[in-house]
Design a protein around this ligand. Structure first.
Ligand SMILES: Nc1ncnc2c1ncn2[C@@H]1O[C@H](COP(=O)(O)OP(=O)(O)OP(=O)(O)O)[C@@H](O)[C@H]1O
Ligand SMILES: [Mg+2]
Length: 511
């Protein structure tokens, strides 16, 4: 006798007004399995997870637990059924401590007027220690994005779950943090807990998961044992076509002009980085690698006026750029795509069109000072088309977009000002494989058209596949750079970690 699935979704549809996020999808989860859910940006993955977790109500269809129909009318009800969700977007209280955030849900549920604060902290620390050495008494706002992601995960581990959903948990994690998480997920499986795992990274799915279900355009496509399929099969089912070439061709020898667009010399902020020198040449895509926390983001912020610097200078086409604020940098033609999409990338409550136009208000308002709505719409239409944003319309709020599509809007916002230089921090985080190769192609076209592009990425294959040259940052300094044949994962890792350097062609910068 086949055992009854722990969780079953039957013929669920979900509409937001005219948008059909899910159409008649079914899905089942066995006890003690890790089940991957794949699909392009906007395929409906998070929507279904939010329905399971009681955040959203289905328009049609039902949810069964152990074969019995249940109504998951709220997140609290989901919790009482043992259904837990680690959300795709970080949603912590920044001003509360890690421990307070971790036990927020549990304390709500118990409703005890007596809170034993010391015990709460000890319990939180014990759970946190399984993941990372983060002090639970610290404030969330002081943590890096990757640590905040770990707090979200720790929060879910405090709940007593039978079904635990991870919606792109590794998007903001380092490789080693991800490995720790996989160990924990495997332990949970061994305890009989059932896991739904959403990711755009095929390698993770193939090393971690037992079965894989694919959605496309809000519809169910297939469920298979991971052992029976290849990553190419899964991608084909996701996008409905073959994806052959993953990265666009690099800069050709004859395209090299040697002309410098951006020249950073001796830049330092007195704290996180110092003595930073590099040049960005016309037509190239310059990668910046390094461990999370090495100072990559801070350097980019320093270049574009988001962080005060105390030493050095930045030259744009030979002219000194004095960016005392980000607005100064934007005016000069230097824009920055933040890795923190929610915090600094997009305004969730504003429309897609307003978000795209926000940095370009000067040209859009013209001499009268009134916003030209037509121009705003035209700009937005053009960019959403170029980036393939999946949406209901440009007047919809950004909050209505799937995670990956929000990221595309964040990129569109930068492109709207016709920048001379774009600094991008983890630009394709959360972007599906198909859209990712389109964004890479777009970046290559932009570079070819003369825009200087700097890409900070923690994904080594992206640095190697996309960039012409990679600068590696270690402890707030340029540890070295690799180019051409010397550009290998190993060379970058070696420079990033500072272990056994210089037996490749990688050049070490003098301290
Ligand atoms: N509140 C909402 N209002 C309107 N449309 C919505 C809303 N929430 C989701 N959608 C739409 O539903 C579709 C599915 O979105 P969903 O977030 O489930 O995608 P996803 O598969 O999780 O994508 P990603 O990989 O980018 O996270 C998208 O087209 C999205 O714009
Ligand atoms: Mg999603």
């Amino acid at each position: 006798m086949a055992s009854v699935p722990v969780l079953e979704i039957r013929n669920v549809s979900k509409h937001f007004g005219v948008i059909k996020a899910l159409t008649d999808v079914s899905f089942s989860l066995d006890r003690g399995e890790i089940h991957a859910l794949c699909g392009e940006n906007g395929a409906g993955k998070s929507t279904l997870m939010n329905i399971i977790a009681g955040v959203l109500q289905p328009s049609e269809g039902e949810i069964l637990l152990d074969g019995a129909i249940v109504k998951v009318t709220s997140p609290a009800v989901a919790q009482s059924f043992g259904l837990g969700l680690v959300h795709q977007e970080i949603a912590l209280c920044p001003d509360a401590t890690v421990a307070e955030n971790m036990f927020m849900a549990a304390t709500n549920r118990r409703r005890s007027p007596f809170m034993n604060y010391g015990r709460l902290e000890r319990e939180a620390q014990a759970v946190m220690n399984r993941l990372a050495p983060i002090d639970v008494r610290g404030k969330v706002s002081d943590l890096s994005i990757s640590s905040q992601q770990l707090v979200e995960i720790a929060k879910a581990l405090t709940l007593d779950c039978r079904v635990l959903i991870f919606d792109e948990p590794t998007a903001a994690l380092t490789e080693s943090e991800a490995q720790v998480l996989f160990g924990i997920i495997r332990d949970l499986r061994a305890q009989g807990i059932s896991i739904i795992y959403i990711s755009h990274r095929m390698a993770e799915i193939f090393s971690l998961c037992d079965r894989v279900t694919v959605f496309r355009d809000g519809r169910y496509v297939s469920t298979e044992k991971v052992a029976d399929v290849t990553p190419e099969d899964v991608v084909r089912r996701m996008v409905g076509r073959e994806i052959t070439q993953l990265y666009p061709a690099k800069q050709a020898e004859n395209e090299r002009s040697g002309e410098t667009i951006l020249h950073v010399s001796g830049l330092g902020d007195g704290a996180r980085f110092r003595g930073v020198n590099f040049e960005l040449r016309k037509g190239e895509i310059l990668g910046i690698g390094g461990l999370i926390g090495s100072g990559r983001t801070e350097i980019a912020e320093g270049v574009c006026g988001l962080r005060p610097t105390i030493a050095g200078e930045v030259r744009l086409h030979g002219q000194i750029m004095q960016a005392r604020s980000y607005a100064d940098a934007v005016r000069a033609g230097v824009v920055y795509l933040s890795e923190d999409r929610k915090g600094a990338g997009v305004f969730l409550d504003m429309s897609i069109a307003q978000n795209i136009a926000v940095l370009d208000l000067k040209t859009l308002t013209g001499p009268t000072g009134l916003l030209n709505a037509k121009a705003e719409a035209a700009l937005a239409h053009d960019l959403v088309k170029r980036l393939g944003v999946r949406m209901g319309g440009i007047d919809m709020p950004v909050s209505s977009l799937s995670g990956g599509n929000q990221q595309k809007v964040a990129i569109a916002k930068q492109l709207a000002v016709n920048p001379k230089v774009i600094l991008m921090d983890e630009p394709t985080r959360g972007i599906d494989v198909g859209a990712k190769s389109e964004i890479h192609r777009l970046l290559r076209d932009l570079a070819r058209s003369g825009i200087g592009i700097v890409v900070i990425s923690s994904e080594l294959p992206e640095l190697l596949g996309l960039c012409d040259r990679v600068l590696v940052i270690r402890e707030g300094r340029v540890a070295g750079e690799v180019e051409g044949e010397a550009m290998t994962e190993e060379a970058i890792m070696r420079l990033a970690s500072g272990i056994g350097h210089n037996n490749s062609k990688a050049s070490e910068h003098a301290a």
